[in-house]
Design a protein around this ligand. Sequence first.
Ligand code: CU
Length: 287
Amino acid sequence: MHRIIGIVARWARHFGLTVMTLITTVTVTMAAEPQPWQLGFQPAVTPTMEKVNDLHNLLLVIITAITIFVLGLLVYVGIRYRASANPNPSRTTHNTVIEVLWTVIPVAILVLIAIPSFKLLYYGDRAVDPDMTVKVTANRWYWNYEYADENMAFDSSMIPEGDLQPGQKRLLDVDNRLVVPVGAKVQVLVTTNDVMHSFFMPSFGVQVYGTPGRINETWFQVTKAGVYYGQCNQICGLNHSKMPIVVEAMEQEDYETWLEVAQQNFALNDKTDPGTAPVKLATRIAE
Ligand SMILES: [Cu+2]
């Protein structure tokens, strides 16, 4: 039954039917990672992703209307002006009114699309009054998360296939998750120690490149407790497919409990000395 609801909801979202929003909501707790045969987006768990969904639905309506209109015109012309029905074709080559229309209307449509698109782009660009800051540093091929206000940082590496415990997801689960409190506005600063990588969290509507020598910014505010999966989605080399991102959103009390333990384990002084990085890289390649 859940499976059927899931399929219906995915199709509904794909076709932008707001009527099906209720069913879509039912599926929210079901998926935080890619699903087999998935067609639509992963369920939104941040305000940004909800806005991405809204824009996607708006675009779907516009593109459907345009496609139907153009198809209708083609069919009409094909039937109405076929050789047998129209043996003496008109030799008209210019029509000012129609030329103005087919220039102005598409421009108006593009402006109509650009306005919400740019609004969304700037909405996701910078955190206004963030509650906390996480600096995400990409490495070949693992992530480092630094909690700027807590003076701690830790690496997050994929669990190799042979070490997977029952219930852990192949190519997705990691040893140390990025943990955040539910409802907190998290400012995310993304950079890289080597090549370009990309911090991509589909259910957050977040994708930011890690560029050498630069810090890029984004933010997210997870509205539901849960475990969410993402990946590096900038082709970065040999183990590109082996640098998943796992974000766990916890209720505030649970987060504080986690933080106490984490602060002991990951105090910044214990952070891997950058001087040993090549050794680490070599062991990782050997694994
Ligand atoms: Cu990468």
